[in-house]
Design a protein around this ligand. Structure first.
Ligand SMILES: [Zn+2]
Ligand SMILES: [Zn+2]
Length: 240
């Protein structure tokens, strides 16, 4: 199904010029959004939490504590999110993940590549890229793992190998209805290192499409660090 959609798209691109993923305006080759739609995206800019990228209102920008990080341990070194998951960004992520518009991975991966420029990632070195895994049953249901698709494109851009060393062992309920504490509880023991995975001494770049509270990324980082990873940074396209 995925291969067929890819094929049809490749075929279509022979006859039609590239079009904006949102408004269908004509584009140059290699572009995914027109300038008008691109201008509507909300980039996450300082001030934000250095750990979890939660944007701060200017009024509390001098505070050292982030409400999202308070009273819990997040196991990643830092998690970068490039855009707010609102409007066009949110719609594109939903179309990609639930609408089977697999071609949108190119646009979303381009956002992640922009995230590599964040100083928290720019100043770090990575040995491997690790996608956040889906439970096998959910992956079958969806047809693909969205994080794996964008991790592959990111790895090609950054010349880093992708190593899907994590697996999801529990078919957890969807996180959306849960608050922060419930999310962490829901994820307890949900991930583990694959038997063939060895991350000892490695600096990991963890990849996911969306960061909500950071609980999923933290649960993955915890497994990786327990298995001996030297550092775990996370890159996501958008923050809820
Ligand atoms: Zn457009
Ligand atoms: Zn935070």
């Amino acid at each position: 199904m995925q291969a067929k959609a890819e094929f049809l798209r490749a075929l279509a691109s022979l006859f039609y010029p590239p079009a904006c993923a949102v408004c269908s305006a004509n584009l140059q080759a290699g572009e995914y959004l027109c300038a008008g739609c691109n201008a509507k995206l909300t980039r996450i800019i300082p001030p934000f939490c250095a750990k979890c990228s939660e944007p701060f209102t200017a009024a509390i920008s001098d505070a050292f504590t982030c409400a999202n990080c308070a009273h819990r341990r997040l196991y990643f070194n830092a998690a970068v999110a490039v855009y707010r998951s609102r409007g066009i960004v949110r719609q594109i992520l939903l179309d990609f993940k639930y609408g089977r518009q697999v071609h949108l991975r190119h646009l979303i991966a381009a956002w992640l590549v922009a995230g590599l420029n964040d100083e928290r990632l720019r100043n770090a070195t990575f040995d491997i890229v690790v996608p956040v895994p889906l439970h096998p049953a959910r992956e079958r249901e969806r047809g693909f793992n969205q994080s794996a698709l964008i991790a592959e494109l990111l790895s090609a851009h950054a010349a880093l190998p992708v190593r899907p060393v994590l697996e999801r062992t529990r078919y957890t309920m969807t996180q959306t209805a849960f608050d922060r504490a419930e999310r962490m509880q829901n994820l307890r023991g949900a991930f583990r290192l694959r038997k063939t995975g060895d991350v000892r001494g490695l600096r990991v770049l963890l990849v996911d499409d969306v960061l909500t509270t950071g609980s999923t990324l933290s649960a993955c980082a915890r497994v990786l660090k327990t298995a001996g990873a030297r550092s775990v940074h996370a890159a996501t396209a958008a923050r809820a």
